[in-house]
Ligand binder design. Structure first.
Ligand code: NAD
Length: 253
């Protein structure tokens, strides 16, 4: 079965940094055309230029995943520039780390609105357009191992990711009839600019020792599963939840 993404158009939310930028590069290397979606277009320019040197067709759209009108406008602009979107990577996310007793109403809403409601709205708006176009598609939700097993000081983030995992299964059930597949990737701890400093501390090193493979993940550790879920090689996969964590979920109790 075909793992190439030639001829497919993939949209990545939150593509301006971290894992989103790497997801865009991985999809481009497999042959997809890319739509980079982020709130600030100026932050996408360097990535657009880098992808263009690979010969990739790249569109950029402004998109705030907490704003339905912005999502709809971004999807429509992307489709008119590059054609029907085949693959949506629901990557945009935010996090704050606090004990549950310190999480304010604002902290709760900030994380849930982006990580749970935002992913639902992007998925729904994309699926409505795919259904109308009678075109199948693949929606890939970037969840987290914290949605599968508890971690302290992350109650809003972990609850949103657990909700996203369950949402993935419900949408898979409802949208299979339209040829729309919905799957989730649950990364473990992946080294990015945001957490590099923490993992250089003693507490960070202690955390890494609890991962069976005794190392942090690198962004490219996610690329294989991402490209599999984006491609027709995973045609019979929907509602699947793939953990990529060096065995962290299997760590000893
Ligand atoms: P990051 O902060 O570098 O990337 C998140 C991106 O989302 C940023 O580009 C940000 O601008 C964008 N974003 C935030 N709010 C947005 C909004 N309202 N509209 C549009 N874009 C918005 O962090 P990352 O580590 O690259 O995380 C990417 C995804 O992977 C997140 O969903 C995160 O929860 C998930 N994840 C990361 C790790 C990890 O270890 N890095 C582990 C598990 C899951």
């Amino acid at each position: 079965m075909e793992l190439s993404l030639e001829g497919k158009v993939a949209l990545v939310t939150g593509a301006s940094s971290g894992l989103g930028a790497n997801f865009a590069k991985a999809l481009a290397r497999s042959g997809a055309s890319l739509v980079l979606a982020a709130r600030r277009l100026d932050r996408l320019e360097a990535l657009r230029d880098e992808l263009a040197t690979l010969g990739t067709t790249v569109g950029v759209v402004a998109m705030d995943v907490t704003d339905t009108a912005s999502i709809a406008a971004g999807l429509d602009a992307a489709a008119s520039e590059l054609g029907t979107i085949d693959v949506v990577v629901n990557n945009a996310g935010v996090s704050t780390a606090q004990p549950a007793l310190d999480v304010s109403d604002e902290d709760w809403s900030f994380v849930i609105d982006t990580n749970l409601t935002g992913c639902f709205t992007v998925a729904r708006e994309a699926a409505q357009r795919l259904k109308t176009a009678q075109h199948g598609g693949s929606i890939i939700n970037i969840a987290s191992i914290t949605g599968l097993r508890p971690a302290g000081a992350l109650v809003h983030y972990a609850s949103a990711k657990a909700g996203l995992i369950h949402m993935t299964k419900v949408l898979a059930l409802e949208w299979a009839r339209y040829g729309i597949r919905v799957n989730a990737i649950c990364p473990g701890y992946i080294e990015t600019d945001i957490n590099r400093e923490f993992f250089a501390t003693d507490a960070g090193a202690a955390l890494v020792r609890r991962i069976p493979q005794r190392r942090l993940g690198q962004p490219d550790d996610l690329s294989g599963a991402l490209c599999l879920l984006a491609s027709d090689a995973s045609a019979y996969m929907t509602g699947s939840v793939i953990s990529i964590d060096g065995g962290h979920l299997c760590s000893s109790l």
